[in-house]
Write a protein that binds this ligand. Sequence first.
Ligand code: NAP
Length: 427
Amino acid sequence: MDKVRVGILGFGTVGEGAYRMLMDNQAAIESKSGIGLEVVRIGVRDMDRERGAPRELFTRDLESIVRDPDIDIILELIGGLDPAESLIEAALSHGKHVVTANKELIAKQGHALMRRAASQGLDLHFEAAVGGGIPLIQPLKHQLAGNDVLKLMGIVNGTTNYILSKMTQEGRAFDEVLQEAQAAGYAEAEPSSDVDGFDAQYKLSILSSIAFGGEVRPEKIPTEGIRRIGARDIDFAKMLGYRIKLLAIAELLPEGILARVHPTMLPRQHPLANVHGVYNAVWVKGDFVGDVMLSGRGAGAFPTGSAVVGDIIDICRNIRIGGSASVQPPQEGLYVLSIDQLRTRYYMRLTVQDRPKVLGIIAGIFGEEEIGLRAMEMRELNDGLGEIVFLTHLCQEQNLQRAMARLAATEVVACVENWVRVEEESE
Ligand SMILES: NC(=O)c1ccc[n+]([C@@H]2O[C@H](COP(=O)([O-])OP(=O)(O)OC[C@H]3O[C@@H](n4cnc5c(N)ncnc54)[C@H](OP(=O)(O)O)[C@@H]3O)[C@@H](O)[C@H]2O)c1
């Protein structure tokens, strides 16, 4: 074969970014791939829009691209499940290698699609699905694969990191910063996928499935977003030496894998606590390599396009030597644990009656639930009320949840205002 032919499905932010890189860096890409490369068809919905590629490449008939016998690699850059899933299936059944940036599809159907690709000796790559331009999937699949991954933690959603960074730096409320992020194009008009944590859940499902060598399905990942984080909690976090980040966390415990997405208080000096704005980062602890941190731009046309092009080059090299090399055989029997089995530290903020013996009653409930307290701050509020903030020692999630329910039902506690899980540097 003298040339690899590429068909692109979707020419939005990522599709156009990848195309630009293929055109601008063509000579270097071909020399690194060891083979010529040509984009021969591009599928879109709207044929009237001005595009940064020759008009004759475009079609609305995406089916014809995945069936085209002259095309070797399909880039699926549409997003969502439908029609992306059926188009990828059709591309594989017509013997084409596939590159996709589609986190939702890979999180939900990636294992079935990978089995199908492997059974046909085809490559299915998705580096761009997590962390935009940051190399994450390939390092986990290859360079770090000899390690038992003990834990990984990531800031994998730029929108929530931008909002939390602004709230922290400027002391502003969530709603106000969200509106500003929407106006600046950093947040979608319908922000739920980002702010409620689902985008991070899909990405953690992909990362942890690869890191731990099994299937960690998205619905098995308890997920909480950042809507309940207030300026007051951010202030307390600062005072206590922490920053609040939306973290995707997965760890290897003796009983199985525990994966979760939620706002987390991190010590100010932790490398992830210093990843700000739209940047993403993933920190991995391997049994032999120790700590590794990968960071960079988690979205955008060129960073994401760069990850897509890296996958294309990998496939071109495989085509040149006549094989596919990158599908990881899935491991059976990976057990995903419930969040009840989590043992961590917690921050809790209560509004209480400001009168004698209140602290004793609250401390009694913590004691009965075997929760040790390691720090406390109190403030007087108006109208006979006070505010108390606690940091706990390591304790079991289910004990913490039981203690919160009991505190909420106690007459001396006016309100359990908020609570946040805490990660410490050494864990
Ligand atoms: N944007 C990022 O920074 C980023 C980062 C990482 C991963 N991703 C992932 O990359 C993928 C693409 O995202 P994007 O931001 O590039 O999306 P986008 O800008 O909305 O572009 C989507 C493209 O797909 C085409 N399309 C959508 N539905 C179609 C249909 N039913 N039939 C034919 N064409 C259809 C659109 O055609 P028209 O142009 O004609 O409307 C458009 O060209 C998604 O899976 C996303 O999660 C994006």
